[in-house]
Design a protein around this ligand. Structure first.
Ligand code: SAM
Ligand code: SF4
Length: 325
């Protein structure tokens, strides 16, 4: 699959549900309305779509959400997709909040998953609860421990939030290093209405990098993992630091991905409304119709996002949990 700007699409993020057992303040409103179940693809439809995408050259699939591990039957989906690894698919990964990870870690490994991203914005229990509104830090740390014990390689995702967790970034980096985990920092993106004004807690990673560089030597690394992060090796710590900087540094030129929402809507870009609807085509239209819709998506895939944190309204109306972060 090659888009109108010559970019090869080999990576798909598949949101398996828009639901979540947490309500992180930057991500969701406290009282979120979730999709009616009939609007969500069933697991067979997701596998069918994955097969079409793999046949068209997709090599990596990341399961995300909402929270992928609250989707009923997630083990069946992971098991099925895991069977495609080595047969068209190079890698199956997941981004999770870790709340259900203790229960599912071994299943993920046994199905062929080798790397996961776990979101962890604070290692302070009260602060963690404040950010996530419902989260239990101990439960997430238990999940991360179980995942590591099961053999999964772990990268911690931390959204950098001014006035909330900025004082913990260096200690998170040291902790990740001590555990053998990677750390990726993310700038808050203006996606969907939440109760708070995101610009209040927006912390540019250019600023964070400057602060970290007073303490650590960051050596730019050429490593890529198929995502938009830029990586640095932290001298002396043996940890890889990733920076996802949609606002301070645009990475769209190298974009290799599309995003499938749980409804079967496929978005060309996280920061745009450009999309095609595949649900009905998957249910009644057949492979050719799905492929024709994917061609339309590729032809119209935007050149890049236009996030602006200071804008009065979010760049796009939908929340990150819909498109899959
Ligand atoms: N529930 C899973 C989790 O939290 O890891 C997967 C989905 S979540 C939407 C994926 C990632 O997006 C998380 O690391 C989360 O912190 C991040 N995220 C959510 N909303 C965001 C926003 N508005 N700006 C930046 N990152 C966001
Ligand atoms: Fe749920 Fe992940 Fe959004 Fe937090 S960031 S509310 S865990 S989907």
């Amino acid at each position: 699959m090659i888009d109108g700007f010559g970019r090869r699409i080999t990576y798909v993020r598949l949101s398996v549900t828009d639901r979540c057992d947490l309500r992180c303040r930057y991500c969701m409103a406290e009282k979120m309305t979730f999709l009616p179940r009939k609007d969500v693809l069933d697991l067979e439809e997701m596998v069918g779509l994955a097969d079409i995408l793999i046949a068209r050259g997709v090599r990596r699939i990341r399961l995300t959400g909402g929270e992928p591990l609250v989707r009923k039957g997630i083990e069946l989906l992971v098991g099925e997709l895991g069977k495609r690894i080595g047969k068209g698919l190079d890698e199956l990964t997941m981004t999770t909040n870790g709340m259900q990870l203790e229960r599912y870690a071994a299943m993920l490994f046994d199905s062929g998953v080798r790397r996961i991203n776990v979101s962890l914005d604070s290692r302070n229990p009260e602060r963690f609860r404040h950010i996530t509104r419902h989260g239990h830090l101990a439960q997430v740390l238990g999940g991360i421990g179980a995942a590591a014990a099961a053999g999964l390689s772990i990268k911690v995702n931390m959204v950098a939030l001014r006035g909330i967790n900025e004082d913990e970034i260096a200690s998170m980096l040291r902790w990740c290093a001590s555990q053998g985990y990677g750390l990726t920092l993310i700038e808050t993106m203006p996606l969907g209405e939440v109760e708070e004004d995101r610009s209040e807690h927006y912390l540019p990673l250019s600023e964070v990098r400057g602060r970290l560089e007073r303490e650590f030597r960051l050596i730019p690394s050429l490593a890529r993992t198929g995502g938009p992060a830029r990586y640095f090796e932290v001298e002396g710590l043996g940890v890889r630091l990733g920076l996802i900087t949609p606002l301070t540094h645009n990475f769209c030129d190298g974009c290799n991905r599309i995003r499938v929402a749980a409804t079967g809507t496929v978005f060309g870009c996280l920061g745009h409304d450009q999309k095609v609807e595949l649900r009905e085509l998957l249910r009644t239209g057949g492979t050719e119709a799905v492929n024709a819709a994917l061609d339309r998506l590729l032809a119209g895939k935007p050149k890049g996002h236009q996030f602006r944190i200071e804008a009065a309204r979010p760049a796009v109306e939908r929340h990150m949990s819909v498109t899959g972060g």
